[in-house]
Design a protein around this ligand. Structure first.
Ligand SMILES: [Fe+2]
Ligand SMILES: [Fe+2]
Length: 132
């Protein structure tokens, strides 16, 4: 089942909301790639996901500094943990560990949506009144 964007996921910043929408799209592309069973396709989407996740985290962390978000440091650590997990899965991919493909699917759904709901949304009060 694809993930759909919903208004409750909005942090109230257009750039970050667009990033989250794009991430959801890439996750849905990943599911579609799994259905095709093409390894090249799966790896292609994975590479896109990893690059975009890093780019988004950098953007979000810069914004958090600008708006003096109190939890910026622990938030960055959560991002770093996600990047480590993506790196681990990437390694498993290269070792042709088939389970890693499914593991990533679950990780993405759980992590991304939970992270946005529980962590990113905490930025809302800091964002009221503009981007810092
Ligand atoms: Fe975040
Ligand atoms: Fe985010």
């Amino acid at each position: 089942m694809p993930i759909f964007w919903r208004d409750e996921l909005s942090v109230g910043d257009d750039v970050i909301d667009d990033d989250h929408r794009n991430l959801i799209n890439i996750i849905n592309d990943y599911d579609r790639a799994l259905e095709t069973g093409s390894v090249d396709h799966i790896v292609g989407v994975f590479d896109r996901l990893k690059a975009y996740t890093q780019e988004h985290f950098d953007r979000e962390e810069n914004l958090q500094r600008a708006i003096h978000f109190d939890e910026a440091k622990s938030h960055k650590e959560k991002h770093e943990e996600m990047i480590r997990r993506l790196d681990d899965i990437h390694r498993s991919f290269l070792e042709k560990d088939r389970e890693s493909v499914e593991k990533l699917k679950i990780l993405l759904r759980d992590w991304l949506i939970q992270h946005i709901i529980k962590q990113d949304l905490k930025m809302i009060p800091y964002l009221k009144g503009g981007r810092g």
